[in-house]
Design a protein around this ligand. Structure first.
Ligand code: NAD
Length: 510
């Protein structure tokens, strides 16, 4: 079932896409693909609006976010209807992962931005006749491009940060889930954000590429490695900054002393929540041999308890984007053909009409299989036995990805030490899937998982240029290092250089 189908162009000549629910095939309307000319016009409006917006006080911006938060809390069901309809997620999952995260982001940045973005003065180690001020200046116009797996949260969270930092924003949500992107527009309108400070651009890669090429001041991109690379190349050619939040193949390391009950429950949640369509979902498990049987048994038992279906309460929702189910099937088939055992699932759910893949547990896997090397982005949990923790670390690092991962052990210190040995942007000890939810934590992948970091203090300041302003303190008539250069001045400088950097006294002074 294709979830985004091309239609005849609109009267204005724009391409049109028809949207279909992954849960039940219901018609979800259509969008027009905005062209490069539309994007240019929007950037022009944003640039004008950014001037006044950049001059508003942080308190004014805070009040808008607080109004947005109140609106979201009061109208949560309307928001959930749209997100669930478009993605086929269980309602409670959309509530827990999209709305809780959105409310937290609105409140966190509303409250904390003032302190994080306040001018700072730093004590100087050498030029003590100067004062250094760091001022966080808005960049201007930010382009935000987002994927379909958390279509509301991943659109709202960077938008809120960029706005609080004083920028105008152009959001291009995924063509698979544009209505959830439209919720961000609606929310900000309700909160009284001035016109054109935020604009929504609907469309697919054509619109996204036009935004990246259009002359904005920064791109915040979340999506696949393949598209991220194109975005990075274009940003490099324009010399504009970008953050790239890309794919992952997160390892889970289960040590011999792990609490197996918690680790098994964590593995099941980490692999199957949002049907595995999470950049930081648990995509491969390395379990130490001594506890592998017990761990595997518990995982299979817990997987059997999961409910999947279109009606009533359920745990594991739909595959949001049609082509993704083919990737999932290909990974499972490749693993099966190379000798993996399917301990649970391993097929589309025959009882469901929509796009549902059963939560699947694989054993007997190795790195020769695609499911251990490539991002699956589906409800698949491959478990590999390892001799000991060092082998687990080595295998965890054998990946082109480095987004996140988890370590499970009763010895938290050792857990942190193992976490540090993994080449990933963020790690978790005895939990999973929380790196993005901890709002203070800078978030961003290493290797092919991304570039730069978002969220928290680092992310918020990333929507600004940290401008250094050096102020002379005493206003003397001239400076010693200014003209004229004379031999006598050179001799004195040499003596000073020796004193400052060549003696114990100098080390105290600098
Ligand atoms: P995608 O790369 O196909 O699309 C992402 C967005 O880019 C969409 O809005 C799309 O229309 C747009 N786009 C497509 N071509 C473009 C181009 N040439 N220039 C600019 N924009 C373009 O990704 P997807 O399939 O929507 O999302 C799934 C991927 O996102 C997975 O790999 C997942 O791991 C990753 N992801 C990463 C994070 C993170 O924070 N690291 C979070 C969520 C998802």
């Amino acid at each position: 079932m294709a979830l985004v189908e091309p239609l005849e162009p609109s009267a204005g000549g724009r391409r049109r896409l028809r949207l279909v629910s992954p849960a039940d095939g219901e018609d979800l309307g259509e969008i027009e693909v905005q062209t490069a000319a539309d994007v240019q016009a929007a950037i022009g409006r944003a640039r004008k609006a950014s001037i006044e917006w950049g001059e508003t006080s942080i308190d004014e911006r805070r009040r808008i976010l607080e109004r947005a938060l109140r609106h979201l809390v009061h109208h949560q069901d309307e928001f959930l209807d749209v997100i669930v309809g478009e993605t086929g997620k269980p309602r409670e999952e959309a509530l827990a992962m999209e709305l809780v995260g959105a409310c937290d982001a609105l409140q966190f940045y509303a409250r904390r931005a003032k302190a994080i973005l306040a001018d700072r003065t730093l004590p100087l180690h050498l030029l003590k006749t100067k004062r250094l001020l760091i001022s966080y200046r808005p960049l201007g116009v930010i382009g935000i491009i987002t994927p379909w797996n958390f279509p509301f949260l991943l659109a709202l969270n960077p938008t809120v940060q960029a706005l609080m930092a004083g920028n105008a924003v152009l959001l291009k949500p995924s063509e698979v889930t544009p209505h959830s992107g439209r919720l961000v527009e609606h929310l900000l309108e309700q909160a009284g954000l001035p016109p054109d400070v935020f604009q929504l651009l609907t469309g697919d890669g054509e619109t996204g590429a036009a935004l990246v090429e259009g002359g904005v001041d920064k791109i915040c991109f979340t999506g696949s490695v393949e598209t991220g690379r194109k975005v990075a190349v274009e940003c490099a050619s324009q010399l504009i900054p970008c953050t790239l939040e890309l794919g992952g193949k997160d390892p889970m390391i289960v040590c011999a002393d792990a609490d197996l009950e918690r680790a098994a429950a964590g593995a099941v949640f980490g692999a199957f929540s949002n049907s595995g369509q999470v950049c930081i979902s648990t995509e491969r498990v390395y379990v130490v041999e001594d506890v592998a049987d017990a761990f595997q048994r518990k995982v299979v038992e817990k997987t059997a308890e999961l409910r999947q279906g279109e009606a009533g309460e359920s745990d594991v929702g739909a595959i949001i984007h049609g082509p993704q189910i083919e990737v999932i099937e290909a990974h499972v088939e490749d693993a099966r053909a190379r000798g993996a055992q399917v301990l649970a699932g391993g097929r589309r759910n025959p009882d469901c009409q929509g796009l549902y893949y059963e939560p699947t547990v694989l054993a007997g896997v190795d790195h020769g299989m695609r499911v251990m090397r490539e991002e699956t982005f589906g409800p698949i949990l491959p478990i590999m036995r390892v001799r000991d923790e060092s082998e687990a670390i080595q295998l965890a690092n054998e990946s082109r990805y480095g987004l996140s991962g988890s370590v499970w052990t009763r010895d938290k210190r050792r857990g942190v030490a193992i976490a540090k040995a993994i080449g990933a942007g963020s790690m978790v000890v005895n939990d999973c899937m929380v790196s993005y939810a901890v709002t203070e934590a800078p978030f961003g992948g290493r290797k092919e998982s991304g570039l730069g970091q978002v969220n928290g203090e680092t992310g918020l300041r990333g929507y600004c240029h940290a401008q250094s302003i050096v102020v002379d303190r005493f206003g003397t008539k001239s400076e010693y290092l200014w003209f004229p250069y004379r031999a006598r001045k050179g001799r004195r400088l040499r003596r000073l250089l020796k004193l400052l950097w060549g003696t114990p006294l100098g080390r105290l002074l600098t």
